[in-house]
Ligand binder design. Structure first.
Ligand SMILES: [Fe+2]
Ligand SMILES: [Fe+2]
Length: 138
């Protein structure tokens, strides 16, 4: 269970960073894969990690942020909207020919969406644009 190793703010941020870095690496694997079988494999792995990551955020990170950060509900709702947007982009990618330029172009846009979202998750306090929020998540 994720909950067993996420006990503090530092744990949460470290957990997010670790998975976000893995996700970024996997995007590069998809982009740089040589040949469609390798690209397909890399894309499957990326989708699996995104699904695992999202589940962990739903179970642990988001509830914790709602509870512990000032304005947490607003921040988490904004992150959920971004995740919804990312999900739609991913669904569109799944329907594309993995060897097409269309796929590559959409993948780059999807990566930018995911990376921007990840950076906001790693710095929850800046999400409101306010310096009045608590510096502590726990
Ligand atoms: Fe997320
Ligand atoms: Fe994330």
């Amino acid at each position: 269970m994720v909950e067993t190793f996420v006990h503090s703010t530092d744990d949460v941020v470290e957990f997010l960073r670790g998975q976000h870095n893995q996700i970024k690496d996997m995007f590069d694997d998809v982009v740089h894969a040589s040949g469609s079988p390798a690209r397909e494999r890399a894309f499957v792995e990326l989708r699996q990690l995104l699904a695992v990551h999202e589940t962990a955020e739903e179970m642990v990170v988001h509830p914790r942020a709602r509870r512990d950060i000032d304005g947490g509900d607003i921040i988490v709702d904004a992150r959920l909207l971004e995740e919804h947007e990312a999900k739609e982009q991913l669904a569109a990618l799944e329907d594309m020919d993995i060897d097409s330029q269309e796929f590559m172009d959409a993948l780059i846009v999807f990566k930018a969406t995911v990376v921007d979202h990840a950076e906001r998750e790693e710095t929850p306090r800046s999400s409101t644009g306010s310096s009045a929020t608590s510096p502590q998540m726990s």
